[in-house]
Design a protein around this ligand. Structure first.
Ligand SMILES: [Zn+2]
Length: 76
């Protein structure tokens, strides 16, 4: 997950799956708040995708099963 961070405004964007979406957020922020300039201390924060915790495995198994059933129905 990726977030745009502006230290000057002390704000962090929502999380984006794609880095380019966080970068686009940064461009909008620069245009809206900094006249298009790059403020000091801006950055793209990156976190690895979080693996589901053990208590979430049941729900994950249901979602994966539904996806596999959907794919099987499309193939046959
Ligand atoms: Zn800013």
């Amino acid at each position: 997950m990726h977030q745009y961070r502006c230290d000057r405004c002390a704000t962090t964007s929502t999380s984006y799956v794609l880095r380019r979406d966080a970068e686009a957020h940064g461009q909008r922020h620069r245009d809206d708040h900094h006249g298009g300039d790059h403020p000091d201390g801006e950055s793209i924060l990156t976190e690895p995708l979080r693996l589901p915790e053990r208590r979430e495995w049941g729900a994950m198994a249901v979602v994966v099963a539904l996806i596999l059933i959907g794919l099987a129905n499309k193939l046959w």
